[in-house]
Design a protein around this ligand. Structure first.
Ligand SMILES: NC(=O)C1=CN([C@@H]2O[C@H](COP(=O)(O)OP(=O)(O)OC[C@H]3O[C@@H](n4cnc5c(N)ncnc54)[C@H](O)[C@@H]3O)[C@@H](O)[C@H]2O)C=CC1
Ligand SMILES: O=C(CO)COP(=O)(O)O
Ligand SMILES: [Zn+2]
Length: 353
């Protein structure tokens, strides 16, 4: 099916706040958006104390009724649990406060319950913090599901700067992956007449290129670094909204990461795997894979299987199986690469040694 025709309209966040002490602005944003009185916060075990409680207090101070749900996984059962609570308390809106998993659960539950949703990331680890996609696990399979875009994104750079640097570096990997995602999309457009958006592709490529040029400005514990990464994640999310699919930000490198999630006993972070996938897929595209590797190295993101904490054999298996992940999405992987070819790409790029 044509991916773009399945999309009825372009959804974008209305308010995007990026800066210090933005958690203190949550109640103002809710008033600005006229979101109502009953709020349900979905947060994680760790992120409850980091931001969840503070957000609840801010909302309660303005007379709102707030319930906090601590979510343990990004599963469909969790989405259903949250919808049940939302029904019982007759919630007017949901807030996802935390990392990718809490945000995805809140996003899909809000979409299905037909109420607005606010994204309040405590880490800038991937562009799901702003996109209209939710990655949810059901019966052992994780799928990317179309959902509503957040009505507002509130990124407190002070909170995000205190998160482990590994998460911010992963966010950079997710942005840099736009380089091969766009090449794959152009290829699919030329070979299979897949609908292509020049605007979405240009925005996604530009965002990745700016980040590559700013690689040496991404440092631990610096709010200025967080600001660069969050703005790039917002841009990537907007590119996906314009496209009506994740095409501008997800190609063969994401298929490689999704394959690793299925194959590796202990997968790494989404953005870390996508970053390494971008090195590999840029090699297959015949592009400047060294530029990608060097940018990731400067940032401090993993560039080898060893740094990723994944055994070489799983990298090779994922490379050979990546094309099966999303067969309808044509990429440089075509109908698949052989084990020999996988070994060449992984060794030449230094991903395995
Ligand atoms: N919706 C979308 O478009 C996308 C969704 N995803 C999904 O997102 C999930 C992965 O998200 P991630 O954020 O990479 O991992 P995650 O949600 O598993 O979080 C990683 C860890 O970081 C911790 N953390 C978050 N903020 C922190 C802070 N300020 N201080 C200390 N620790 C903190 C969390 O407690 C957690 O232990 C997966 O389920 C993946 O499928 C990934 C990419 C895109
Ligand atoms: O991670 C994403 C974009 O960075 C979303 O892509 P998917 O559609 O592959 O889940
Ligand atoms: Zn991604």
């Amino acid at each position: 099916m044509n991916e773009l025709k399945s999309n009825k309209w372009m959804q974008l966040p209305r308010d995007v706040l990026v800066g210090s002490d933005m958690l203190g602005k949550v109640a103002d944003v809710c008033s600005d958006l006229q979101l109502g009185r009953n709020a349900l916060i979905v947060t994680g075990q760790k992120t409850r104390g980091i931001a969840g409680i503070k957000v609840a207090e801010e909302l309660e101070e303005t007379g709102r009724i707030v319930q906090i749900h601590v979510s343990s996984s990004a599963s469909m059962e969790e989405v259903e649990n949250v919808m049940e609570i939302a029904r019982e308390m007759d919630t007017d809106f949901l807030l996802g406060v935390g990392s990718g998993k809490s945000i995805d659960v809140a996003k899909l539950a809000a979409t299905r319950h037909n109420v607005p949703f606010l994204s309040i990331p405590t880490a800038a680890s991937h562009d799901g913090i702003v996109s209209s996609r939710a990655s949810i696990t059901h019966n052992g399979e994780t799928t990317s599901i179309q959902a509503s875009a957040p009505m507002a994104v509130i990124a407190d750079t002070e909170v995000i700067a205190k998160a482990p640097f590994r998460l911010l570096a992963a966010g950079c990997g997710d942005i840099i992956s736009n380089c091969t995602a766009v090449l794959d999309w152009q290829l699919a457009h030329r070979l299979q007449n897949v609908t292509f958006s020049e605007y979405a592709a240009a925005l996604a490529s530009m965002t990745a290129n700016i980040l590559i040029e700013s690689a040496d400005s991404i440092k631990p514990e610096l709010e200025s670094s967080v600001r660069i990464v969050v703005k790039a994640l917002v841009s990537s999310g907007v590119a996906m909204s314009i496209a009506g699919s994740s095409r501008p930000a997800s190609g063969s490198e994401h298929m490689f990461s999704h394959a690793l999630n299925r194959i590796a006993p202990n997968p790494a972070l989404h953005g870390e795997q996508c970053g390494i996938g971008t090195i590999l897929m840029m090699y297959l595209h015949g592009g400047d894979w060294k530029e990608i590797r060097d940018a990731l190295r400067i940032i401090g993101a993993p560039t080898t299987a060893h740094e990723l904490g994944i055994e070489d054999k799983y990298i090779l298996q994922a490379l050979v199986e990546s094309h099966k992940i999303r067969p309808e999405r044509y990429t440089i992987l075509g109908t698949g690469i052989t084990p020999d070819a996988a070994e060449v790409v992984a060794r030449t790029t230094g991903v395995i040694s």
